[in-house]
Design a binder for this molecule. Sequence first.
Ligand SMILES: Nc1nc2c(ncn2[C@@H]2O[C@H](COP(=O)(O)OP(=O)(O)OP(=O)(O)O)[C@@H](O)[C@H]2O)c(=O)[nH]1
Ligand SMILES: [Mg+2]
Length: 278
Amino acid sequence: MSLFKRLFNAVKGGSVSESDWEQIRKNLIDSDLGVKLVDEVISIAKKSKPEDAQSAIANEIKGWLSKKSRDLSKNADSINPILIVGVNGTGKTTSTAKIANYLKMNGNQITLAAADTFRAAAVEQLQTWGDRLNIPVIAGKANSDPAAVVFEATTSALENKSNYLLVDTAGRLHTKQGLMDELGKVVRVIEKQRPICEILLVIDATTGQNGITQAKTFIEAVGVTGFVITKLDGSAKGGVAIAIERETGLPIKFLGNGEAINDLTVFEPDAYIASLFA
Ligand SMILES: Nc1nc2c(ncn2[C@@H]2O[C@H](COP(=O)(O)OP(=O)(O)OP(=O)(O)O)[C@@H](O)[C@H]2O)c(=O)[nH]1
Ligand SMILES: [Mg+2]
């Protein structure tokens, strides 16, 4: 990612000209840190001695990140339902499978719910992952009510004593009220049986600052508890992760860095910040 590489090479080199600063600023804005945060970073860099600039910026960024726990919340007993939400194509289904695999590797029993009933292909996609990972997938008929699917899936997860129920939902534009209401219904139906532990909003890092708008709308509509930031592989857009935490105060729980099942990392602030300077 190396967001700050150019900045540091310049600062280390001593006198930085105004046009150098302009280039650095443009470069950081391209990384989707957002204009406001870019200007704060540059102002710290300008004030610091060259040898102190990196730690000054790292400390400042750490202060911007969410103070909330990055562990998945758990119910005291029985199953832990996790809802995966987001706009179209951000990587919800893939992330659902990756998180299921991660939790299974840690000794948990999982049930998957295919609550994207709009497209037959969406159900098949999750079923394919379920077959590969040997995890049961509860799905309804095409175009059936997603709330009915999650009701059945919650019942099934309780019966088979799963530790986690992961619910993959259909992509929805955060501006479409009807679809956001539908998500509210899915939440209520699960909560009639068990409290939901996490509502994870999947954001595609390459969508840049629009990810912040998506976050704010989903938070208002369904009460998001954390984020999964995907498609960070091969992208220079890592700044959006910092901007999203600063703007919402909510924690990123996982990062997606590829299409394969193991391309998932638990978000660790120190490691992430270090990677920005690498
Ligand atoms: N490079 C990369 N590709 C990813 C990542 N996560 C998902 N993808 C790819 O992005 C595309 C969309 O992923 P899906 O998981 O189907 O996304 P979705 O949000 O479920 O899509 P809809 O259900 O249509 O809204 C697929 O081609 C995935 O392989 C990632 O972290 N990195
Ligand atoms: Mg999907």
